[in-house]
Design a protein around this ligand. Structure first.
Ligand code: AMP
Ligand code: GLY
Length: 427
């Protein structure tokens, strides 16, 4: 069979790498892919952009693609899945209406309120004076979120009132995020440990994936601005069996059922970003309608089951008979980012890696890279996801940081403390 993956990040490299291993699959296309997917044997990059929906449909028809998987949120929010379905092409992902859970924070907060899914107290504003007044009433710390999609950069955790005011001004007045920031959600600041909880849903049944934790801030010790994610590991030790059940009962099931009640069937990956406090109370920070990046890399590095077989079953509304089997190891991914990420990353620098480190215990997933004349160059903010697994998180972490020693490109930045929080707690 033939699979098509839409996207060009580390998540899509990991998806393609895993799907390529399925005995059912003869060929994987990635549109547009990156330097990493260009180097894989059974994978072919196709020069079509993620938002060029008509061209993607034509390609899928011409090549008789058996299943298309959409990696990133933007084409989902533009209705790529609806277009594939209209053209009778098999696809795994949510429709445009279902993807609003991610594409509008205001939609998702109202949805959570309506269906009693635990989340932080909030209000939505389009008027700058009203927003300032609310911030003055609530005080700091407080969280300001652009309503629309902003590549993980539309959230400001403001520790002071002036910072919160600035964030509101940049979104409502200076249009920092364009239309995405024309409405802002202002939210209560929550304290706790963050977990990424991702499931697959076929419209009815739910198949949970392994838990993971992501490091969102740019710098060590969780300092610096929010990014798309600087590293992740799986499993998240905080998610015990008991907590897993609570998350399914309080967040995941009510979300899928709530969507159904609202007349929208949810098919695709549903990613709940959760904050867990000391008493194990859960609050939902956000929903994403796709897999996480970089969470996908350590999650799929541990998956023993045939991902393509499960995705195909899900696209046929038939995952209830499937279970995902996981390696008992821990896996970790450390993101190497380019200079100046997340603002205006400097790109087009050659990447040097003195080792070919790809094997069963470690893999370098590419993100913002391109292959030109047998050399690999940086093309984006997050460049590589150095991934390793081991019997313990500590071993996985040591392996991954060892690999990074061999990798060099101009201005490369990475966090040196990925996994450290869990290790400090004795996991
Ligand atoms: P989001 O895109 O809504 O998940 O927000 C991005 C990141 O901002 C989250 O992963 C958290 O680290 C942080 N964040 C979001 N909402 C809150 C909140 N209410 N309290 C504290 N931190 C938050
Ligand atoms: N790593 C967070 C995300 O994919 O949204």
């Amino acid at each position: 069979m033939k699979a098509l993956i839409i996207g060009n990040g580390g998540r899509e490299h990991a998806l393609a790498w895993k799907i390529e291993q399925s005995p059912l699959v003869e060929k994987v296309f990635v549109a547009p892919g990156n330097g990493g997917t260009a180097l894989e044997k059974k994978i072919e990059n196709i020069d079509i952009g993620i938002n060029d929906i008509n061209k993607l449909v034509l390609f899928a028809k011409k090549e008789k693609i058996d299943l298309t998987i959409i990696g990133p949120e933007v084409p989902l929010s533009k209705g790529i899945v609806d277009k594939f379905i209209e053209n009778k092409l098999k696809v795994f992902g949510p429709t445009k209406l279902a993807a609003q859970l991610e594409s509008s924070k205001d939609f998702s907060k109202k949805f959570m309120e309506r269906h009693k899914i635990p989340t932080a107290k909030y209000k939505t504003f389009t008027n700058i004076k009203d927003a300032h007044k609310y911030i003055n009433e609530e005080g700091a710390p407080i969280v300001i979120k652009a309503d629309g999609l902003a590549a993980g950069k539309g959230v400001v955790v403001a520790m002071t009132i002036p910072e919160a005011m600035d964030a509101v001004d940049s979104m409502l007045e200076d249009n920092l995020f364009g239309d995405a920031g024309a409405r802002v959600v202002i939210e209560e600041f929550l304290i706790g440990e963050e977990v990424s909880f991702i499931v697959m849903c076929d419209g009815n049944s739910i198949l949970p994936l392994a838990s993971s934790q992501d490091y969102k801030r740019l710098l060590d010790l969780d300092l610096g601005p929010n990014t798309g994610g600087m590293g992740a590991y799986s499993p998240a030790p905080i998610v015990t069996q008991k907590l897993h059940k609570i998350i399914m009962d309080e967040v995941i099931h009510p979300t899928i059922e709530g969507m159904k009640k609202d007349g929208v069937e949810f098919t695709g990956f549903l990613y709940a970003g959760l904050m867990i406090d000391k008493e194990n109370n859960i609050k939902t920070l956000e929903f994403n309608c796709r897999m996480g990046d970089p969470e996908t890399q350590p999650i799929l590095f541990r998956l023993k089951s045939d991902l393509f077989e499960i995705l195909l079953a899900a696209s046929n509304k038939n995952i209830k008979d499937y279970e995902a089997k996981w390696d008992n190891s821990s896996a970790i991914t450390i993101v190497c980012a380019s200079e100046n990420y997340p603002n205006q990353p400097k790109i087009n620098d050659e990447i040097f890696n003195n080792n070919n480190n790809n094997n069963n215990n470690s893999y370098i997933f590419h993100a913002g890279t391109a292959l030109k004349n047998n050399k690999i160059y940086t093309t984006g903010g997050r460049v590589l996801g150095v991934t390793a697994k081991g019997d313990s998180l500590k071993l996985a972490q040591e392996r991954a940081y060892d690999l990074i020693k061999d990798i060099k490109f101009k201005g490369m930045q990475y966090r040196t403390d990925i996994g450290q929080k869990a290790l400090k707690k004795g996991h």
